[in-house]
Every structure is written in structure tokens, then in C-alpha cells.
Write a protein that binds this ligand. Structure first.
Ligand code: TSJ
Length: 650
């Protein structure tokens, strides 16, 4: 190929990367801390792919002292030979061509995150520099940089410093190492979160049985290794650690059907709700989709067959319903397939129709095999007993549903006596403050903007819903009041379109009781009104901890580091008041510190990882004392008691 055309090609490639830098949001969604992690996941996904395809069994992620991150695997190494079309090394193609992933070897390089992702070139485009090493008898190196082009005044992204170089240094290692420095001019922050990374790596280790994933934080000298030889079985056991299980070993199935690799693990507990989590190509599908539907119908079908076979269901009896098999069900479904389509509000629902029969088939045939095993018959009988009692409870639950439906009429009833409603009729503008205690509630009522702010004082603690059935929960007065105030109904009757306040703000004291009330409310929302949280309607109000004052100057501090700052600001002769509770503030102070939209500080409650949040809630709110103690001991940082729901300031 003529030299000129190679050059032209090269320029086009670089323009591609420049486009990524111009509009990062188009490629990674956001330049927030989430986007920052996204460019790390692009690299991690590629290493995991190599392992998932059977060529590597170890992946290491390191956060370096200089702020850069690196990922290493022990696989075949990114191809170093010249790529026939591009005329440059495979390494250069991977890092400079958009969507290069899978270009050379579509047979085995195409499952997993890479499919969903945008490729390593995007990470390169959004990095100040990126260095690659490939270990294949000798060490190969290549480096890319972004720099300001003085002629055009524009930034050129991800430009090769030199072609791939064979250093001729001998090595026994095999694999690929990629280290990059995120570009501080692109991202709002370039500080990676160890917590975020650890959570995801653990999940990936569960999803890829036997794969060793190591995390190392150089500055903290903190190392963590995840390796689960049981894979999804270990995942389910982990999720159920805080629950009483009905049998010890989760049921497990794995098979390929019509090109779709299906893997699942199932274990029942004595819980009342189900905890089913699904993935496609290692990506969580929070909204479920075709694979989940296939699983549920397969499970229902095969368990009914078992019940008929064993005469647990007589001829005259009706089949048990899908809902009867939900109670106490913990399951993980993981599928790997080509051409994934995501649907749904948050694009986390698997849309491919072919996934449904594939998962249903694998569920029916593999669980069907397990049933034939004499040693397992008891397990299935136990499940059936649970489902039968659920079916009985279904009638009772029907009554409960009527109560839930009546929650619409609860609204009509004047149960909301304590609620000081707002006068405005636009839910988008309206806010509901759920306030701890009658005295703070009283102040809030005086301080509020009547048109848009409603106040609901809570007396004492609310019910721990984790330990109760729906019909009992619906008898609790505080909960009925909340349901009727919100206007959405709950559980299967939940309908977000009825929501009367687009901000639901929990206002409780900054002490142990306050955080307990907060966690009880969040637990209730998580279990019975989850969409309220996922749609971003739940907030936590932040009352100040201190007032620093002198004569007629008043400054508020929300934490200890701010306190020092405010003391400086107020200067000599200052006095400090420490607020022990909301009740100590007069209406004016409560307004300006906590309620005034122009000055207050709210934290929005989000759920990044529903499976982890679910597990944490069970551990913190359930019956299993040993597991709770263990958790609290391991996380003995009491500022973090809300950590099951990730909270971000807004
Ligand atoms: F993201 C990335 F590209 F930067 C990256 C890729 C980062 C890391 C840490 C590892 C990898 C990677 C890629 N590990 N292993 C591979 N494998 C290949 O690219 C590869 C090797 C051989 C063959 C073949 O057909 O012989 C095919 C492929 C795709």
C-alpha cells in the first residue's frame, strides 16, 4: 500500500478519537465519576473477555499513586502483527479505531461487555496518556498521548508516540498490560473510587467462575483477591448470607441453547419477597427482560410437573402460579449472547426475544435432570411446600391486595390527618418532607412554603418491614399514612403516575435514632416502592450539625471540616452551638438551613447495584444476628450506615 494512503487513513482514525473528546457523553454517557469508571470498565471488559474465552485465568486492576489505573491479564496478548487493512499493528488498531473490538476474530472475541461497550479506543481518547505492554516471549510497548496542537489550538487525542516497539527484553509472562491516566480536562473528577471498583470486580468474579481478579490500591497498600470456584452458586450463597435458607446447596444449571450460553443458580429462603438478579454478557439487567421471563416460566413449568409427578398436586387441583414460586426465591441468571438489544426506561432490560425460549429450555431440562436425583427429591419437595403455602397465602394476599387497592381509598379516607399538605397541584414542583418527631414537624409546618411543601411528621419509629408480610405492613398506621400521602399505591399496585410529590425528603436527626428511622424508611421504599428510588424521587435532608455565631452573624456547618472553616470566617469571639436534633432549631433556622431550595443541601438516594443493596438490607434488617454482627464489625464506620443505598449530593 502506498505511503500516502496509510497517512490518510491515519488522519481519519485520529479524527475519530478527537470526536470522542469533543462529545464524551455520546460515547460514555457522562463525564461524571460514573463516566470515569466507564473508561476503566472498557479495559477491564477486554481482559475479562480473554478469560471468558478460556485464554486467561487472572486479571489484576491497580490504582497507582499518580492517579492512573492499570489492568493486566495473562492471556494471549493483543495481536502485535500488522493488521492487514489498517497497515499498522493490532495494538494500534485496538487503541485508535472506534469499535475496534472484535474486528480480527469475531468467533471468540465478541461476547461480554465489549459488545455493550465502546472499546478501548474511547479510553485512549479520554486519557492524557495510555501505555500498553504485550508479553509474548519479549516485551512489546506502545504509548499514546493527547496534546495541544499549537497550530490549530485544538487537542489531539490518543496519538501514538511511536509505533509498537519490540523491546527485545525477554519475558516468561504472557498477556496484556494497559495503564492510563484519565484526562482531567474531560472528567469532573479523575479520582477513582476503590469502593465502586471493588463492588464491580467482586460481581465479575462471581459471574466468571474460577477467574482470579486482584485489586490493588497502591496508595493505601490495600490488596483484595476475588476468586469464586462456585461462580453463581457462590453468588447466591453470598446474597442469602443474612437469610434462613430452606436447603444448603443452591440448584445450578448451565448449558448452551441456540448459541445462547445460559447459567443460573437458585436457592429458596424463608423470606417473603423474591431476589432475582439477571445479567447479559456480565452486564446487570436491572429491569429484567426476556431471559428473566424465560427463567420464571421454565421454573413454574418444571415445578408444576414435579408436583403432578409426585402427586403433590392432584388431578382436580389447579397448577401453581408463577407468583407462588416467587416467595423466598433467590436466583441469578446470566446469559451470554450476540447482538444484545437493551430496552426499557433505563436501557437495562434485555429485549432479544430469542433469549426467552433458550433460558426456559435450559431451566426445564436441567432442573428436570436434578429432580431425578434421589438425593435432591427432598429439596424440590421443600420448594413445593413453600409454594403451596404461598398459594394458600395468595388468597389471604388477595385480601391484602384489596387493602393495597384500598390504599387508593386510604388516600380518600382522612388517614392523613397529620399531613400538612401543600396547596399547589403540580407534582413536579411539590415536595413532601417526612419529618422525625412532632416538634420538628411543627417547626417545619411553620417554616414551609405552603404552595409546594407538604409536611408529614412521624411519631417514633416506623415498622421494620423486612420482618413482616404485606397484610401486616398495611395495618401499620405510619406506613398507611405515607402510602396515602404519596398516592402511588404499593407493591404490585405501585403506579408512579399517581405520585403527588416529585421530591420525597426524609428529614431526621443526625444521630443514631435518626439514621435508624432513615434506614427503616429506605427499606420500606426499597421493598415496596422501589421505583420511587430508582426514578430519583427520594432525598435525604441535611440538617447542619453546628451553628457558629457572633453578634448578628450566623454561619452553619454540616460537618467537622466545615466547622473549622466557618470558625475562621466568623473570627474572634465566635460561639458554637451543636445541634443535637432538628427540634432545637426554630422555624426560621430550619427553613434557611434545611428546607429553603436555594440554600439547603439534599442528598439524592440512588441504587447502583440492586443485588448488593438487597443483600445489605437483608443483613442489616433481617433475623440473622451473626451475619449482621459480622457486617457491622467489618464496616465499623458509623457514618456509612446508609451505604446500602448510594447517596449522592445534589
Ligand atoms: F482493552 C484493551 F484492549 F486495552 C485490552 C485488551 C486491555 C487488556 C488489559 C487486555 C486486553 C486483551 C486482549 N487481553 N487479551 C486480548 N486478546 C486479544 O486481543 C486477542 C488475542 C489473540 C487473538 C487471536 O485470534 O489469536 C485474538 C484476540 C482478540
Amino acid at each position: 500500500m502506498a505511503k500516502n494512503s496509510y497517512k490518510a487513513e491515519d488522519i481519519k482514525i485520529l479524527e475519530g478519537l478527537d470526536a470522542v473528546r469533543m462529545r464524551p457523553g455520546m460515547y460514555i454517557g457522562t463525564t461524571s465519576v460514573r463516566g470515569l469508571h466507564h473508561i476503566l470498565w472498557e479495559i477491564v471488559d477486554n481482559a475479562i473477555d480473554e478469560a471468558a474465552n478460556g485464554f486467561a485465568n487472572k486479571v489484576t486492576v491497580t490504582l497507582h499513586k499518580d492517579g492512573s489505573a492499570s489492568v493486566e491479564d495473562n492471556g494471549r496478548g493483543i495481536p502485535i502483527d500488522l493488521h492487514s487493512k489498517a497497515g499498522v499493528s493490532g495494538v494500534q488498531v485496538v487503541f485508535t479505531q472506534l469499535h475496534a473490538g472484535g474486528k480480527f476474530d469475531s468467533d471468540n472475541y465478541n461476547y461480554s461487555g465489549g459488545l455493550h461497550g465502546v472499546g478501548a479506543s474511547v479510553t485512549n481518547a479520554l486519557s492524557e496518556w495510555l501505555k500498553v505492554e504485550v508479553y509474548k516471549n519479549t516485551i512489546y510497548q506502545m504509548e499514546f498521548r493527547s496534546y495541544l496542537d499549537k497550530e490549530t489550538g485544538k487537542v489531539k487525542s490518543g496519538v501514538p508516540v511511536a509505533p509498537l516497539k519490540d523491546t527485545k527484553i525477554k519475558t516468561k509472562k504472557k498477556g496484556t498490560f494497559v495503564r492510563f491516566m484519565p484526562d482531567a480536562t474531560v472528567f469532573e473528577t479523575i479520582k477513582f473510587s476503590s469502593e465502586t471498583i471493588l463492588k464491580r470486580l467482586k460481581e465479575l468474579a462471581f459471574l466468571n467462575k474460577g477467574l482470579e481478579i486482584e485489586f490493588y490500591d497502591e496508595s493505601l497498600e490495600y490488596r483484595q483477591i476475588f476468586k469464586f470456584d462456585g461462580g453463581l452458586v457462590d453468588f447466591v450463597k453470598y446474597l442469602n448470607a443474612g437469610k434462613s435458607v430452606l436447603y444448603q446447596e443452591p440448584l445450578y444449571a448451565q448449558a448452551e441453547k441456540d448459541g445462547i450460553v445460559v447459567e443460573l443458580a437458585v436457592q429458596y429462603t424463608d423470606a417473603y419477597v423474591d431476589s432475582v438478579y439477571s445479567y447479559v454478557n456480565n452486564i446487570p439487567t436491572a429491569e429484567g427482560g426476556m431471559h428473566e421471563t424465560g427463567f420464571r416460566s421454565g421454573l413454574t413449568r418444571i415445578l408444576n410437573e414435579f408436583a403432578r409427578d409426585k402427586n403433590i398436586l392432584k388431578e382436580k387441583d389447579d397448577n401453581l402460579l408463577g407468583d407462588d414460586f416467587k416467595e423466598g426465591l433467590t436466583a441469578i441468571i446470566s446469559v451470554k449472547m450476540q447482538s444484545v438489544q437493551f430496552e426499557g426506561q433505563t436501557k437495562t432490560k434485555l429485549g432479544n426475544p430469542e433469549a426467552r425460549p433458550a433460558v426456559e429450555h435450559v431451566t426445564v431440562t436441567q432442573l428436570g435432570e436434578l429432580m431425578k436425583d434421589k438425593k435432591r427429591v427432598k429439596v424440590f419437595e421443600t420448594i413445593l411446600n413453600k409454594a403451596l403455602s404461598a398459594a394458600k397465602a395468595r388468597l389471604a394476599a388477595k385480601k391484602a391486595k384489596e387493602i393495597a387497592r384500598a390504599s387508593k381509598s386510604i388516600e380518600a379516607q382522612n388517614l392523613v390527618g397529620k399531613l400538612a399538605n401543600c396547596s399547589g397541584k403540580k407534582p413536579e414542583l411539590n415536595e413532601l418532607f417526612i419529618v422525625e418527631g412532632d416538634s420538628a414537624g411543627g417547626s417545619a409546618k411553620q417554616a414551609r412554603v405552603r404552595q409546594t411543601q407538604a409536611i408529614l411528621p412521624l411519631r417514633g419509629k416506623i415498622l421494620n418491614v423486612e420482618k413482616k408480610k404485606l397484610d401486616q405492613i398495611l395495618q401499620n398506621e405510619e406506613i398507611r399514612t405515607i402510602i396515602s400521602a404519596l398516592g402511588t399505591g404499593i407493591a404490585s399496585e405501585f403506579d408512579i403516575s399517581g405520585l403527588k410529590y416529585h421530591k420525597v425528603i426524609i428529614l431526621s436527626d443526625a444521630d443514631v435514632d435518626g439514621s435508624h428511622i432513615r434506614i427503616l424508611l429506605l427499606t420500606f421504599f426499597f421493598r415496596y416502592m422501589r421505583e420511587l428510588i430508582t426514578a430519583g424521587h427520594v432525598y435525604i435532608g441535611m440538617p447542619p450539625l453546628y451553628k457558629v455565631y457572633k453578634n448578628n452573624v450566623e454561619e452553619y456547618a454540616y460537618d467537622d471540616s466545615q466547622l473549622a472553616e466557618k470558625i475562621q470566617k466568623v473570627g474572634k469571639g465566635y460561639q458554637v452551638q451543636r445541634y443535637k436534633g432538628l427540634g432545637e432549631m426554630n422555624p426560621g433556622q430550619l427553613w434557611s438551613t434545611t428546607m429553603d431550595p436555594s440554600t439547603r443541601s439534599l442528598m439524592q438516594v440512588t441504587i447502583d447495584d440492586a443485588a448488593e443493596a438487597d443483600r445489605l438490607i437483608t443483613v442489616l434488617m433481617g433475623d440473622e444476628v451473626a451475619e449482621r454482627k459480622k457486617y457491622i464489625f467489618e464496616h465499623a464506620n458509623f457514618n456509612k450506615e446508609d451505604s446500602f443505598a448510594k447517596i449522592k449530593r445534589s
